[in-house]
Design a protein around this ligand. Structure first.
Ligand code: PLP
Length: 428
């Protein structure tokens, strides 16, 4: 396989782009080597600028749940473009997408569209503070909530537990109201509530994708709900990644919890920049123009993005691929585990609906500390072997792999061969 054109573009890109990318994970820092530059994609496949074709398990980090270039979405977007691309005034499309989203989440009466998952979370946190009149937010190590200052507390490291910023440029004051707990450890949350009486909200990924896939235990998630209620704090479920991924609606329903505020993104924009936050009327009425919490956006509710969202969710409802996702993910899990066993590689596989990922460890993964026992050097080797065998994976041990509804038995067979060959490389 040659990557000559990607290598050339990388060098050229470094001149005027930071690291030749617009989002750091795309730089392949944690797996080494030259990042791939993409030319185009269709269905379950993506092609790089050297003409190498891969089964795509990145899917733009989640949004492309129908695969690339779904005909109905493409048609809806093209039609919308012809009517004008942005108006700075309301459209019927916003109302239609809001209805689809609210109907899919019990307890969500109103939603506000923004332009990214980060914006959804920062607005949800402002809303929680506005509604409760309190300041502190509990987050979990290993959960990523976008790049707003207050959520950029280094997950899982020693620094994280001290609430020190995990990025240069974030002032310590920006994270002094962020408290860190351990995922699946209710006691670590209780400890904060015992110490502080000004906690506005607890935010979590109801199933994580940003430390790899980790599900909450029943005791943990139900305990969080009860505790937040008891302490008059809100529960924010960040479903930017999980929303509409494993059922039509949220992961909340599958894990048995109902959030006070839900954050969305990725799938609801069908490949365009859309985020959203929603809640019951009483909470949402804090938001301007109904209430005193200001939040705005020039391109929020953009008509093209709304058309992509409406057509994606409508098609998703019609296709109802969720049972298929479980079956495919189970097959993938079995492939990974049986090849690992054959080659004597320590491997744990976690999955949830259309999200799955292997950890190169022999320890059950229930939180970020467990995830970090994974051998990242082995992952890097596996990643490049999978590339050589025609599979595009997220270039990080700690990112979930995604399935699209376009995956068929043909791709599964190719995946089986690629996994087998890549596991053999690791065992060498
Ligand atoms: N929240 C979660 C759970 C995410 O996975 C992400 C991005 O991956 C975000 C928030 C931030 O979304 P965005 O990258 O659209 O700003």
């Amino acid at each position: 396989m040659n990557f000559n054109n990607s290598e050339k573009l990388y060098k050229k890109g470094c001149e005027n782009l930071v690291g030749a990318v617009n989002s750091p994970v795309r730089a392949f820092a944690s797996v080494g080597g030259n990042p791939l530059f993409i030319d185009k994609a269709k269905g379950a496949y993506i092609k790089d600028v050297d003409g190498n074709k891969y089964i795509d398990l990145v899917l733009s980090y989640g949004p492309m749940i129908l695969g690339h270039r779904n005909k109905k979405v493409e048609k809806a977007v093209t039609k919308a473009i012809k009517k004008g691309t942005s108006f700075g005034a309301s459209t019927n499309a916003e109302i239609k997408l809001a209805k689809i989203v609210c109907d899919a989440f019990p307890g969500m009466d109103k939603v506000r569209f923004v332009n990214s998952g980060t914006e959804a979370v920062l607005s949800a946190i402002r809303l929680a503070r506005a509604h409760t009149g309190k300041d502190k937010i509990v987050k979990f190590s290993g959960c990523y909530h976008g790049h707003m200052d207050a959520m950029l507390v280094a997950a899982g490291s020693g620094l994280a537990t001290l609430s020190l910023p995990g990025s240069k440029g974030v002032p310590s004051q920006a994270v002094e109201n962020t408290l860190i707990s351990e995922y699946n450890n209710l006691e670590s949350v209780k400890a904060h509530f015992e110490k502080h009486d000004d906690i506005a909200a607890v935010i979590l990924e109801p199933v994580t994708g940003n430390m790899g896939v980790v599900q909450p235990s029943d005791e943990f998630i139900k305990g969080l709900r009860a505790l937040t209620k008891e302490k008059n704090a809100l529960l924010i479920c960040d479903e930017v990644m999980t929303g509409f991924r494993s059922k039509f609606g949220g992961a909340q329903e599958l894990v048995g919890v109902e959030a006070d505020i839900t954050c969305l993104g990725k799938v609801i924009g069908g490949g365009f920049p859309v985020g959203a936050y929603g809640a019951c009327n009483e909470i949402m009425e804090n938001v301007a123009p109904l209430g005193g919490m200001y939040q705005a956006g020039t391109l929020s509710g953009n008509p093209i993005a709304m058309a992509a969202g409406i057509s994606t969710l409508t098609e998703l409802k019609n296709q109802n691929p969720y049972d298929k996702f479980n079956t495919v993910a189970e097959k993938l899990e079995n492939m990974l585990l049986s090849s690992a066993k054959k080659y004597g590689v320590d491997l744990v596989v976690n999955r949830f609906g259309s999200m799955i990922n292997p950890f190169f460890t022999n320890k059950e993964v229930k939180n970020f500390a467990d995830a970090q026992t994974s051998d990242t050097a082995k992952f890097a080797k596996f990643f490049w072997a999978m590339i050589e065998n025609g599979v595009f994976l997220p270039p990080s041990q700690f990112e979930a792999w995604f399935l699209s509804s376009t995956i068929t038995i043909k791709e599964l067979k190719k995946l089986e061969i690629a996994i087998e060959k890549s596991m053999a490389v690791i065992a060498e």
